[in-house]
Design a protein around this ligand. Structure first.
Ligand SMILES: [Zn+2]
Length: 132
């Protein structure tokens, strides 16, 4: 048995590398939390099932609009997690069957806002210094 174990170290080292490469799941866990889901459900109840950007209430197929609670100031930018004032209800799909909108957006207002926030963050990080 002891002799077999002496063959293991190289395999273990390879395994460690693949484990280290797994992406962190912290962000996803927040959006699955009961507190978050309850808050979004109550916001939809009080504000109405309606996209707060484009006003959409129904998908093209006639079903209720799919809404996502979105942080106006994103959590990674220091926005409050559970403050209704920092949460906007955005439509999550371009159309009932996912067709792109006229402006080319595929994921509704939520995807558009997320892409915009990401671009802004990149612009901040990579902003060139003052001229001169
Ligand atoms: Zn919308």
């Amino acid at each position: 048995m002891g002799r077999r174990l002496s063959c293991l170290p190289p395999r273990v080292a390879k395994l460690d590398v693949s484990v280290a490469a797994l992406p962190p799941k912290e962000a996803d866990r927040f959006y699955l939390s009961i507190e978050w889901r309850k808050l979004v459900a109550s916001l939809i109840r009080t504000r109405g099932r309606r996209c707060e950007r484009c006003g959409k209430t129904h998908e093209d197929d006639g079903g209720s609009v799919k809404l996502i609670g979105d942080h106006k100031v994103e959590r990674k930018d220091g926005g409050a997690e559970l403050d209704p004032a920092n949460i906007e209800l955005l439509c999550a799909r371009a159309g009932g069957n996912g067709r792109p909108r006229a402006d080319g957006g595929r994921g509704g207002c939520h995807a558009a806002k997320t892409a915009q926030a990401r671009a802004q963050r990149m612009a901040t990080v990579y902003r060139p210094g003052p001229r001169g």
